[in-house]
Design a protein around this ligand. Structure first.
Ligand code: NDP
Ligand code: OXD
Length: 332
């Protein structure tokens, strides 16, 4: 039993089913208001016993137990002193300042089949584009150049995925169809059929040495910030290709520019950058061998996301475990 429950109720927490019946459910939503209107409608029909408030229109902050947000307010503990669960609107939670969120608040990230499907589409497209030299052809077209490049079989192009979580594994599954030799790298060892797996910092070099296309689908943490850097590029086969669909903070942008100049990296597709949007004269934005998209690889669709959070709140009220709880120690 959490201490905060004892303090708030003045006694032990009632059994799960009883709690749901006896206590009001107060939810605050702090994000895009247009999408918030969809959330509000879903809560009205799927969890009518809940009162749903759009930030900052919260009358009694001390009644709020659930917060749905991309970023939390800086003075969270003071404004929502009885918060129990913070639902991140995104799959990643690096945008949250974990130190400013009281330790008793459970943080839950977005796990949504639509979001996974979106990433499968985008990353499959991007790996195929890198494999088929599309960044070169796009820049050839801009220069009115008509030139062929030799075709390479997928079986001869090794694809390595950094991060074998929900998204990395889904991408690996999608890429199997094309015949690429697949490898993946994660924090803990994994066995995945058809994927050569590596784990931990000690196996990073062996993993990188066999990546003709390197895909980053890692969470952004203290351990992974800046992982796409000079030292990493130097361990790739010369002329490797890069896809970063995770976070801009993974990439040391100047190191990529240098690696493109030296030929260590041949071309890249980036969905995320250090600063979004980038300055109009950002060197990667204009680079002839880099394709950039504005952080659209995937997205949480409000209808399904709100339905998911309704179900999670019901589980929480019943004392059942929720899927997607983040481990603060690991940072993801
Ligand atoms: P998961 O938490 O499911 O998976 C993370 C994977 O990374 C796990 O395999 C984990 O290893 C591995 N990992 C974490 N830290 C390390 C480390 N230090 N060394 C090696 N491997 C590590 O995350 P998701 O797959 O759901 O999402 C990944 C990221 O994608 C999100 O955090 C988000 O930043 C990004 N994203 C980007 C989107 C976009 O539109 N561009 C959309 C959605 C997400 P292990 O399995 O051993 O724990
Ligand atoms: C996410 C994102 O993390 O859209 O969900 O980047």
């Amino acid at each position: 039993m959490a201490e905060s429950d004892v303090e708030r109720t003045g006694g032990p927490r009632p059994p799960a089913g009883q709690q749901a019946a006896s206590q009001p459910i107060v939810v605050a939503y702090k994000s895009d208001p247009v999408r918030g209107a969809v959330w509000s409608a879903v809560f009205r029909s799927e969890l009518p016993q809940a009162s749903f408030h759009m930030w900052p229109e919260i009358e009694a902050g001390e009644e709020v137990e659930y917060l749905v947000a991309w970023v939390a307010p800086p003075d969270l503990e003071r404004v929502l002193p009885n918060l129990k669960v913070l639902f991140s609107i995104g799959a990643g939670i690096d945008q949250l300042n974990l130190d400013a969120i009281p330790p008793h608040v459970t943080i839950v990230r977005m796990l949504d089949p639509d979001l996974t499907r979106g990433m499968i589409e985008y990353a499959t497209f991007a790996v195929l584009a890198l494999h088929r030299d599309i960044p070169h052809y796009v820049s050839d077209q801009q220069a009115s150049r008509w030139s062929y490049r030799p075709l390479q079989r997928a079986e001869e192009r090794r694809v390595g995925i950094m991060g074998l979580g929900v998204l990395g594994q889904a991408l690996a599954e999608s890429l199997k169809f094309f015949g690429f030799p697949l490898r993946g790298w994660s924090a803990s060892p994994k066995t995945i059929e058809g994927v050569e797996t590596f784990s931990g910092p000690e196996q990073l070099g062996a993993f990188l040495s066999g990546c003709d296309i390197l895909v980053c689908l890692l969470p952004l943490t203290e351990d992974t910030r800046g992982i796409l850097c000079h030292a990493t590029f130097e361990q790739l086969p010369k002329g490797a290709r890069l896809l970063n669909a995770a976070r801009g903070g993974h990439l040391v942008e100047d190191d990529l520019i240098a690696a493109l100049a030296s030929g260590r990296v041949d071309c890249a597709i980036l969905d995320v950058l250090q600063s979004e949007p980038p300055a109009a004269d950002h060197a990667l934005f204009k680079h002839p061998r880099v394709m950039i998209t504005p952080h659209i690889a995937s997205a949480t669709l409000p209808q399904a996301a709100a339905q998911r959070v309704c179900r999670l709140i019901e589980r929480h009220r019943s004392g059942l475990p929720m899927e997607g709880v983040i481990d603060r120690r690991r940072g993801y």
